[in-house]
Design a protein around this ligand. Structure first.
Ligand SMILES: O=P(O)(O)O[C@@H]1[C@@H](O)[C@H](OP(=O)(O)O)[C@@H](OP(=O)(O)O)[C@@H](O)[C@H]1OP(=O)(O)O
Ligand SMILES: Nc1ncnc2c1ncn2[C@@H]1O[C@H](COP(=O)(O)OP(=O)(O)O)[C@@H](O)[C@H]1O
Ligand SMILES: [Mg+2]
Ligand SMILES: [Mg+2]
Length: 339
């Protein structure tokens, strides 16, 4: 946290700084260095968010990727979502030299979500169930090399068709979102490993996106793939690629839906799941794609976890994010030994 006069270059320098002090009633400021793609910057650093944050004394400063990070700042927080080993090394070196700066989030924790096997392992290990419901992971099989063994492996594992085939690696490229529905096990050998094959779970065509920002949880509904009946399964064979059916445009929050399908997961279950995942994953910023097994009251499956997702689409994100950033820095301030 910076006190008056310590600020170097920052986003919108000088604009509204006076208001910031009047508004915030303090001369404390928080400087957040960010390294984001231009797409992410556009969707996340919306003008309304920047001005709201500035009025709370939070300033966003673009990290210059053409200059050494160690020569930039000073920052209270570094917020990043860039791919590649080189960037990971830059952030790791910076974090070692600046333990006082909060890195959102540590690269090795983010890396955990770049593989669809390690991504869901913590949920599987949790085996979360209480009087409010149960959270698991669909049965899945990982295919690392030879696709010709898939039919045998599927049968041996007793996996139920249809299956969803997903690239094992999630690296922000469009390829990592190329998903297929397989109605028979033989067509799967056409796919290119490494893959994860997940049992398709009927869920009434609705998915819950559980956004996590530190301790805050926000749930939104999105349309999803429709149920697949036994009859359809008996008549259809083959492999079908499908688009990103649950993207932001597929919001179901305003739609009239069957309450047994659309009722949000119990809050207590979400609090436990979010708390456990925050701790085990070591992440502050992620969302969880969760589905309710069709016909059950509260049997849920986590099918995807995303690092630093599209918070710009999350209701009230300006307030949630600024409160989160302030709490991060204030908690750090409290922990500082009296100097
Ligand atoms: O994988 P999903 O469920 O579509 O969520 C995406 C995803 O997190 C995506 O990141 P990446 O996997 O392409 O790196 C996000 O893109 P941005 O980082 O550019 O925002 C999407 O925003 C996520 O969508 P959503 O926020 O609806 O979960
Ligand atoms: N096991 C599954 N059962 C039913 N539908 C699924 C399953 N896995 C994925 N889907 C559907 O496919 C969509 C994308 O899958 P997901 O694992 O979230 O990949 P991505 O990272 O590309 O979002 C989900 O939003 C959901 O509609
Ligand atoms: Mg998803
Ligand atoms: Mg995803």
């Amino acid at each position: 946290m910076r006190l008056n006069g310590e600020i170097s270059h920052r986003e919108g320098e000088g604009e509204g700084e006076e208001e910031a002090e009047n508004e915030v009633g303090s001369s404390q400021k928080v400087v957040v260095g960010y390294a984001l793609t231009s797409k992410k910057k556009k969707s996340f650093l919306q003008p309304k968010f920047l001005s709201f944050a500035r009025n709370k004394g939070i300033f966003f400063v673009a990290i210059d990727l053409n200059k050494p990070l160690l020569e930039q700042g000073p920052f209270d927080v570094v917020l990043h979502k860039l791919s590649g080993k080189e960037w990971r090394e830059v952030i790791e070196e910076y974090s070692e030299k600046h333990p006082e700066v909060t890195i959102l989030d540590p690269p090795d924790a983010i890396q955990h979500l770049h593989n669809r096997q390690s991504m869901l392992q913590d949920v599987a290990d949790l085996n979360l169930s209480d009087c409010y419901g149960k959270v698991g992971v669909p049965r899945q099989l990982f295919v690392i090399k030879n696709p010709s063994t898939i039919p045998y492996e599927i049968t041996k594992a007793g996996m139920k068709l249809p299956l969803v085939a997903k690239p094992l690696v999630v690296d922000g490229t469009a390829k990592s979102h190329e998903l297929f529905l397989a109605y028979d096990e033989f067509s799967l050998s056409e796919l290119e490993p490494p893959l994860v094959l997940q049992e398709f779970v009927n869920h009434g065509g609705l998915l819950f996106k559980i956004y996590i920002v530190g301790e805050t949880i926000k749930v939104v509904r999105r349309f999803s793939l429709p149920n697949i009946s036994e009859h359809e399964l008996s008549k259809v064979d083959g492999l079908f690629r499908f688009p990103r059916v649950s993207c932001a445009a597929a919001s179901a929050d305003e739609a009239y839906l069957d309450p047994t399908i659309a009722e949000h997961p119990p809050r207590s279950l979400l609090e436990r799941l979010a708390g456990e995942l925050r701790r085990r994953l070591g992440l502050h910023l992620f969302n969880i794609d969760m589905i309710r097994e069709y016909g059950t009251k509260n049997v849920f499956y986590v099918i995807d976890i995303n690092y630093f997702p599209g918070y710009g689409k999350m209701p009230d994100y300006e307030h949630v994010f600024t409160d989160f950033l302030l709490s991060l820095v204030q908690n750090k301030f409290k922990k500082k030994p009296d100097t």
